[in-house]
Design a protein around this ligand. Structure first.
Ligand SMILES: Cc1ncc(C[n+]2csc(CCOP(=O)(O)OP(=O)(O)O)c2C)c(N)n1
Ligand code: SF4
Ligand SMILES: [Mg+2]
Length: 305
């Protein structure tokens, strides 16, 4: 890197996410959420990242973050975070690290790692009371390898491994409920298209200690098949149709932070994305559309909203 560029970078505020020139897709909803989160967390962070799209942010030895970056195997980011936290705590205990220089340990993974491969490592880290923040950007599939289905893929969606008129035959796991059942310090769902809700939750997470976990639904133009300029509109529709409930778990209580009133029909969300096009053409799949709507209605009926 030449001197002029390096000097310019040094003059930027510590929360500024630097451009890397890496091959991220235009309109990436995951990047949108991470950008907003990083605006609050700032440079006193070490990111522990499992393989996925966001790994492309780091081009050794550079990352767009002011702090540090550790790359781990897909299932191991929470275990990597334990090692980093332990090392920091040992340095603090030995007075070899000024408490003012301590950093927040942040796990950053996709849904493939969070909902699947890394779930047991996360469960164990929560059980140990690890002091860390986990950010899952959820693009509802194994995006980096071509959008194969994951434990986060919604029912009926087309993926590289779920073709045909019915799309994905499984159901998206409720990771929020799975994580909350561990009784950690904090769990929340967020989306980049609702930045104020997101910011408040990151501030809350930052003010607590212990395991704190965030799931950011991340509209993905490449995997979901839509025009990149629609990322924010699709994110807002995910909330307004009730498909993505904005909620948080703190002090043993679950609360919705935004209740969609009136709730728009789920179709309004589905029809924006090519991954659901087979539900509408060549003819409408009324049974599947009704099932998807009924599941969303049942969720909100149970929530009492
Ligand atoms: C154990 C293991 N299996 C498979 C891979 C190949 N791989 C790299 S990234 C990736 C997709 C990860 O999906 P997700 O966690 O959802 O992140 P995204 O790519 O969607 O950002 C896969 C399967 C890997 N790195 N490690
Ligand atoms: S595939 Fe999706 S999640 Fe991955 S960089 Fe592209 S838009 Fe972002
Ligand atoms: Mg993914």
């Amino acid at each position: 890197m030449n001197e002029t560029v390096f000097r310019r970078m040094k003059d930027l505020p510590s929360t500024h996410l630097l451009g890397t020139g890496t091959p991220m897709c235009a309109g990436c909803g995951g990047l949108e959420a991470i950008h907003e989160i990083y605006d609050i967390l700032g440079g006193k962070t070490v990111f522990v990242n499992a393989a996925g799209c966001m790994t492309l942010l780091s081009v050794y030895p550079f990352t767009p973050f002011r702090g540090s970056w550790l790359y781990t195997a897909m299932a191991s980011a929470p275990a990597g975070a334990q090692g980093v936290r332990d090392a920091l705590d040992i340095l603090l205990a030995q007075n070899r690290l000024d408490p003012a220089e301590d950093v927040e340990v942040v796990v950053l993974t996709g849904d493939g790692a969070a909902y699947g491969m890394g779930l047991s490592a996360t469960s164990a880290a929560i059980e140990r009371g690890l002091d860390f923040l986990y950010i899952c950007y959820d693009n509802e599939g194994y995006g980096n390898t071509g959008q194969q289905y994951s434990g986060a893929t919604p029912h009926g969606a087309r993926t590289a491994t779920s073709l045909g008129r019915q799309g994905f035959r499984g159901y998206k796991k409720d990771l929020f409920a799975i994580w909350a059942a561990h009784r950690p310090a904090y769990v929340a769902t967020v989306i980049g298209a609702e930045p104020l809700d997101l910011a408040r939750k990151i501030e809350t997470a930052r003010s607590l200690r212990g395991p704190r976990l965030i799931i950011a639904l991340s509209p993905c133009p490449t995997g979901w098949d839509y025009d990149p300029k629609e990322t924010v509109a699709i994110g807002k529709l995910a909330v307004k149709t009730g498909v993505w409930p904005l909620q948080e778990y703190v002090d043993g209580q679950v609360a919705h932070t935004k209740v969609p009133h009136p709730r728009l029909p789920v179709e309004e969300y589905l029809k924006t994305q090519g991954r659901f096009a087979h539900l509408f053409s060549p003819e409408r799949n009324e049974a599947l559309l009704a099932e998807i709507q009924a599941r969303v209605d049942a969720y909100w009926a149970e929530a009492g909203d």
